[in-house]
Design a protein around this ligand. Sequence first.
Ligand code: ZN
Length: 396
Amino acid sequence: MSQPSNLHERIDAITEEITPHLIEIRRQLHANPELGFEEYETSALVMQELTRLNIAHRSGFGKTGVAASIGQGNGKTIGIRGDMDALPIQESASPEYKSRNPGKMHACGHDAHTAIALGVSEVLARLSDMLPGRALMVFQPAEEGLGGARAMLEDGLFEWIKPDIMLGYHNWPLIEGGTIGYHPKTAFASTDPFDITITGQSGHGAHPHLAVDPIVAAGNLVSSLQTIVAREIAPLDAAVVTVGSIQGGSARNQIPDSVKLEGTTRSQNPTVREAVKAAIERVCAGIAVTHRVTCEPTFLAGVPPVVNDPDILLSVLDTARGILGDDKVVELPQGSMGSEDYAEYSALVPSAHLRIGSRLKDRSTMLHRSDFDLDEACIPTAVKAIAAAAIDLMKD
Ligand code: ZN
């Protein structure tokens, strides 16, 4: 059994005091969502709060990203990342804080993530005299497939302050508010988005022998790609190959010049990741020969898997149990094949990633749905667990 400590009581009290303000901030962000690299008002609000709290901070990392430094201790530096961007989705539910920006919505809860990072900042700032180390707070833009983490790193985030350890978190509607979930090893999958253009020779639909048909080639390619996971990857290793978009042709009686496919891959370890990419290249080469077309995949910037460091995760869970109660920390049965660009940090420094329970009490929804909303109990829960875990990790 973990015992409540004096420090935990103080974190608890500060968090309870500031929670109404954090919920206000979350609702303000929810009503005013901004897409990746356009989080101007969001980062202005973040900086206004950091200024109010007297916390040293810098902007200009990844266009709209902000980073803050808290504490002067000689112990470890703990990086804590919250993402800020919304999605191009029209909100269909009608909470009082419904999105005022047509076609834009916080459908992944990054509004709450920003509020949580501000809450952790305030707790740590108010305890700054007794911090054994330092915190690097990372308010990141453009998590939704646009490379915000990479952009912050390329703009020198870790040259400003290099953390010894990173902590990440995401609200998780599959578990109830007030709880923390975790995956013991791989928290998120790697992803490698790909484009494939198949080029043949256009012609009349009545004279296929005088054309080179990229549509038939595309049909075979989609089927053949599905054999990679089914027939080449060991059944107990996880992998996904999805073709999500296929575009070609404009008339029923014409064979078009080309067909464009877009897809994504997922895996949970580097060996499988490379095997899937190599297999896609080989299958494309085979389709090219078989159908007399050109067919080459282009892989766009992907991200590696998010793998928890076992010792850091153990420490974080121990602290979380201490401050929230043993029954509030739950192991999740399986890793997710979703991806997170938090992987960019966790590839550079040892890290742990937590799921913050956010299931609504009165209806069910899920991340990226147009009716998404979350149990705001996730905000104080995450603030307490992450602030306390960071302080424990700062001790050498
Ligand atoms: Zn998200």
